[in-house]
Design a protein around this ligand. Structure first.
Ligand code: AMP
Length: 360
């Protein structure tokens, strides 16, 4: 495949939720066609894409159709089955970010092991594949500690706190008796994230830090640029650069961080994709995270990640969507609605960005 891809080429996307939809919109603006693979025929991205393939992610015929239609394939979520990527590669498709980055982000032990090896600090952790190992891990890390399934947890699902060593058996049952990571608690004062991008020639672009607030395990609000010391900002940039280089990454990646009381950062997790905590960039930055991802995978030069405004992003979750008549009438509120047919509790339906001048 020759990069940079010319306008008129096709970007394939595994996953057709809101992230896929906003990627497709960004791709369209740059002159690309988009092919979406998602099990749901009526998914948010399918409705703005040229081609929509409704099938399971590991459906061989669907993957063949996607590979044939696409000049490059990317993904909007990290739980894409590894076999799907292997099959795409075997079919001769270009896939970015690469399979190793995806595999590392899918397994919390591999992820933290990679991070520490790349010089990025995390909480102390241990792996446990059975109850005996879990008891040993709790004994060595001490209680309280946090237990998370190694794979497929998101938005706080598959996680449980253990207050006392005696609760190990109950905790093991709560997480479904699956292989877990045991984590020491992070005494953080804030949760921050950095959205980072790396292009095909190795250049990087880093967005300013965002400060994130969660409710019931779901991101509720991000404000950016977060107010941080120069030292904290430098550490975040160093962490992001090490991760991007260590993974030989192409695309946008989110790094979720804990800021400790002294301003030191620990990495909580990485997401090898555009991320909810980067939605503020849609209105608050010169080039937003979605365009940046399309630029990176298409082999285009990255765009400037400079902030244009102080931005507050609020997620519209479930019934929040009922506020749409007021939001569309609010001067200066930039609305992004995902076109989901049904507002279930906890479901991300849209978001709104509110901007203030950078200075003052
Ligand atoms: P995660 O799924 O790993 O992003 O975790 C979800 C949320 O749980 C994070 O946003 C934190 O608020 C909290 N959390 C995760 N890991 C830890 C930890 N080791 N110590 C304290 N809080 C944590």
């Amino acid at each position: 495949m020759d990069f940079p891809l010319a306008p008129g080429s096709t970007i394939g996307i595994l996953g057709g939720g809101q992230l896929g939809r906003m990627l497709a919109l960004a791709a369209a603006r740059l002159g690309f066609d988009v092919a979406i693979l998602d099990p749901e025929a009526d998914c948010p991205a399918a409705r703005v894409a040229k081609t929509a393939i409704a099938a399971a992610y590991d459906d061989p015929e669907a993957l063949k159709t996607l590979a044939e239609a696409s000049d490059v394939v990317t993904f909007e979520f990290e739980n894409v089955p590894a076999e799907a990527v292997e099959r795409l590669l075997a079919l001769g498709a270009e896939v970015a970010p690469n399979a190793r980055a995806l595999a590392i982000a899918q397994d919390r032990i591999d992820e933290k092991t990679f991070l520490n090896g790349a010089g990025c600090p995390t909480v102390a952790f241990a792996a446990a594949d059975d109850l005996g190992a879990l008891e040993a891990a709790i004994a060595s890390l001490g209680a309280p500690c946090l237990i998370k399934t190694r794979r497929e947890g998101y938005d706080g699902k598959g996680q449980t706190w253990v207050e006392h060593a005696a609760e190990a058996g109950a905790a093991w049952a709560r997480v479904g008796r699956k292989p877990v990571i045991v984590e020491a608690p992070a005494a953080f004062r804030r949760e921050l994230s950095v959205i980072a991008a790396r292009g095909r020639s190795g250049e990087i672009a880093l967005y300013p830090l965002g400060e994130n607030h969660h409710e019931d395990g779901i991101l509720r609000r991000t404000h950016a640029p977060a107010e941080v010391t120069d030292r904290t900002r430098d550490q975040a940039e160093q962490i992001a650069a090490r991760i991007l280089a260590g993974l030989d990454y192409v695309g946008v990646l989110a790094v979720e961080l804990f800021e400790l009381g002294d301003g030191q950062l620990l990495v909580n997790e990485i997401a090898p994709r555009v991320h909810n905590s980067g939605h503020w960039t849609l209105d608050g930055c010169e080039v937003d995270q979605f365009e940046q991802q399309i630029r990176a995978v298409a082999g285009w030069p990255l765009g400037p990640a400079e902030p244009l405004a102080r931005t507050e992003m609020i997620n519209l979750i479930g019934d929040d969507m009922e506020q749409w008549p007021e939001l569309i009438a609010e001067p200066g509120a930039r609305v992004w609605f995902y076109g989901k047919r049904e507002a279930r509790p906890g479901r991300k339906m849209g978001h709104v960005n509110r901007l203030r001048p950078l200075k003052g």
